[in-house]
Design a protein around this ligand. Structure first.
Ligand code: 5GP
Ligand code: ZN
Length: 117
């Protein structure tokens, strides 16, 4: 909850540069890097540097940083020249969340079906 880095968190380690990632953008409050197992030609994760378990907790504690994440999602889409893109926050294991540090998936570069399943 606190926003402080967690020793056992993969995305805190990526944000701190302790684990390598293909970083596409960085700001004072966010890091964007390519997903290691991409589900689309563009599949970038945008994370806050601060550790919160999911997007809702981030928004409740740090609304301006939650907005930074959304702005960076758009910036990633623009850098990859995407006309359309999808931003996903899997929340809870039943929705496929596997990393307990808030992250936006930015997906694009192929047809994106709706509903997503
Ligand atoms: P979630 O399933 O929690 O919504 O998303 C976690 C994402 O992190 C997955 O899409 C997974 O492929 C990605 N991921 C897991 N480990 C790593 C890693 O070490 N590096 C990168 N770049 N992505 C990772
Ligand atoms: Zn973390």
């Amino acid at each position: 909850m606190s926003g402080q880095p967690q020793d056992d968190c993969l995305f805190c380690k990526i944000a701190e540069g302790h684990i390598p990632a293909t970083i596409v953008r960085e700001t004072e409050t966010t890091v964007a890097f390519r997903d290691i197992n991409p589900q689309a030609p563009t599949h970038v994760l945008v994370i806050p540097r601060a550790h919160y378990e999911n997007a809702a907790e981030l928004a409740a504690a740090e609304p301006t940083i939650a907005a930074d994440v959304l702005r960076e999602a758009k910036a990633v889409a623009e850098e990859d020249k995407l006309e359309s893109y999808r931003v996903v926050f899997n929340t809870g294991s039943g929705a496929g969340q596997t990393v307990w540090h808030a992250h936006a998936h930015v997906l694009g570069g192929r047809g994106l079906h709706w509903p997503p399943g």
